[in-house]
Design a protein around this ligand. Structure first.
Ligand code: AMP
Length: 195
């Protein structure tokens, strides 16, 4: 199963992707993790994106599309993969469709984790307090910028995938296990519909 976990920062995409990996073995492909690794390793890409990430803005589409395209070619993606934090713009989604087609692959489902904005700000504040030392972009101001960027640049992807008939929504305001169960139910329904 090739899927996208979609939702704003703080929605729990990373946590749910890790649970899906545990249950199904599909690797999590997180452009955020890849970019942070590049920054930590001091690569040319890392040096280019460090400040952008710290500001909470989006790095150029070209960089993340290349990272994802190369990662999908690795052997562990053969039975499926979970995209976490990619695509984040309509051009990225178009590039993804194109590169998957070229690799003779396709997306099965896009799962939106729906979280209400007020609760999100509270989660974001909590996360900022907890991870102040681990993520330079998890302070409150940057997280607010990331939420604004999500609304402006990433939510236009929802109609894009809805038109393709691939979008399913789960209520992200429930506890972690209930969200995980809702995701499993959405995957089952999608598999049945495809059969
Ligand atoms: P994340 O861990 O997914 O929240 O990503 C952390 C930061 O990395 C984002 O705020 C962006 O600066 C950058 N980033 C991650 N994924 C993307 C993407 N698909 N497109 C552009 N920038 C990204």
């Amino acid at each position: 199963m090739n899927l996208i976990l979609f939702g704003p920062p703080g929605a729990g995409k990373g946590t749910q992707a890790d649970l899906l990996t545990q249950r199904h073995g599909w690797p999590k492909l997180s452009t955020g993790d890849m970019l942070r690794a590049a920054v930590a390793a001091g690569t040319a890409t890392g040096r280019k994106v460090k400040k952008i990430i710290e500001r909470g803005e989006l790095v150029p589409d070209k960089i993340v599309v290349r990272l994802i395209s190369e990662r999908i070619d690795e052997a562990d993606c053969a039975d499926g993969f979970i995209l976490d934090g990619f695509p984040r713009t309509v051009p990225q989604a178009r590039a993804l469709d194109k590169l998957l087609k070229k690799k003779k692959l396709s997306l099965d489902i896009v799962i939106e984790i729906v979280v209400d904005d007020g609760a999100l700000l509270e989660r974001i504040r909590h996360r900022a307090r907890q991870s102040a030392e681990t993520r330079a972009d998890d302070n409150e101001d940057t997280l607010k910028t990331r939420l604004d960027v999500y609304h402006a640049q990433t939510t236009p992807l929802l109609p894009y995938y809805d038109r393709q008939g691939k979008l399913r929504k789960v209520d992200g305001m429930q506890d972690i296990e209930a969200v995980a169960a809702a995701i499993e139910a959405a995957l089952r329904t999608m598999a049945e519909e495809a059969a």
